[in-house]
Design a binder for this molecule. Structure first.
Ligand code: SME
Length: 159
């Protein structure tokens, strides 16, 4: 079946409102996690043109690079390291307005200036993270946090 993505005009909120039901429709009948993660990364990237959108999944006590859209990235991140490893350790979303001010930030690209990272949690355990980078400072806000939290909340149990 040909997949298509309708991208709304308007505000960031307008775009998320149109995006979320499409993500659920894309994933609801697909049992393969990699396929779902790949489509979600692509849909977020296409909708917002963020610099890097992707997932890291926990494998044997470290985060391992999963499906993503954007430049090549580091493949493994230890718990508590970088923004991703810290979000894992603290089991909470991190909204980073300026990556240069985040102690231990891992710069997969020097072009990344702000970042948002959210944990994927199943049965109170982190199984991975969603990581999004932007080339401008302060690019992410409470709208991103709210809607991306919603996405991660319904996505995690599917994985
Ligand atoms: N910046 C992340 C590393 C992943 S790359 O951004 C894709 C971090 O500090 O954990």
């Amino acid at each position: 079946m040909a997949e298509d993505l309708f991208i709304a005009e308007g505000t960031k909120l307008d775009k998320y409102e149109i995006l979320l039901p499409q993500l659920k429709s894309l994933c609801e009948n697909e049992p393969n996690s990699i396929a779902n993660l790949a489509n979600i990364a692509a849909a977020i990237k296409e909708t917002f043109q963020y610099f890097w959108v992707g997932f890291y999944l926990i494998e044997k006590e470290e985060l391992v690079l999963g499906p993503f859209q954007g430049p090549v990235a580091c493949t493994r991140i230890q718990k508590g390291k970088g923004v991703c490893g810290t979000a894992w350790a603290q089991k909470k979303a991190l909204l980073v307005p300026n990556v240069d001010e985040f102690p231990g930030h891992i710069a997969c690209s020097s072009l990344s200036k702000s970042e948002i990272v959210l944990p994927l949690i199943v049965n109170d355990s982190v199984i991975g993270i969603l990581d999004i980078d932007h080339t401008e400072y302060n690019a992410f806000d409470e709208t991103d946090l709210a809607y991306l939290t919603d996405i991660c909340t319904w996505l995690a149990p599917l994985l």
